[in-house]
Design a protein around this ligand. Structure first.
Ligand code: AMP
Length: 195
């Protein structure tokens, strides 16, 4: 089981190896290929430290068309710090792909956020509040979004983001793929509360 045998884009593979990864972790071995090939919703339980960030990041980067300057993947995370951390990992993994990835979080200037989004980004990683604000302002358009990933979904639900997540979800095209990453919560129940 190797990154080489996952049918990944050559540029993405270069990013993975130059980031220092040699072999996929167990969760990466189980999730990356089905995420890319089935395009179906995926539920994964993964503590931090297992390689979960790279798992969905690789699954997203492989599916992004950098010739289309529209948001093709949106990732929500419960905290600004986590969102920024995910962006760092994605930028590093996508280093050879000319893909634009933007952290859309509170605590930054709204006007800068709007300008960056209007200039065209391929992937947005953010916290629910700022992301929903950007959608309402028509700065973030989701017509071409094909992946809506929720990292630490249990944490987001327990922080009371459920309504905001659902509001964002309602703006998605109907066939969007939803990868859900949980640290703990019971899977079925959590999935039900989002879809
Ligand atoms: P995470 O579970 O996403 O917080 O990742 C935990 C740590 O494992 C991070 O420092 C990653 O850079 C690292 N990591 C993730 N996947 C791999 C891999 N396939 N090989 C080596 N290190 C990895």
């Amino acid at each position: 089981n190797e990154f080489d045998s996952m049918n990944l884009d050559e540029q993405l593979l270069m990013g993975i190896y130059s980031y220092g990864f040699e072999k996929p972790s167990p969760i990466q071995q189980r999730i990356i290929v089905p995420m890319i090939e089935t395009k179906k919703d995926i539920i994964a339980q993964a503590q931090s430290g297992t390689g979960k960030t790279a798992t969905f990041s690789i699954g997203i980067l492989q599916q992004v068309d950098n010739g289309l300057a529209e948001c093709q993947a949106l990732v929500l995370a419960p905290t600004r710090e986590l969102a920024q951390q995910i962006v760092k990992v994605m930028i590093a993994l996508g280093d050879f792909m000319s893909v634009r990835i933007h952290a859309c979080v509170g605590g930054t200037a709204v006007r800068d956020d709007i300008r960056t989004l209007q200039n065209g980004v391929h992937v947005v990683v953010g916290t629910p509040g700022r992301v929903y604000d950007m959608i309402n302002r028509r700065a973030l358009r989701l017509a071409d979004t094909k992946i809506f990933a929720l990292d630490e979904a249990d944490e987001m639900l327990s922080r009371g983001f459920k309504d905001q997540i659902y509001d964002v979800f309602k703006c998605m095209p109907p066939n969007v793929q939803v990868p859900l990453l949980f640290a703990n919560l019971h899977h079925g129940k959590a999935k039900q509360s989002i879809r």
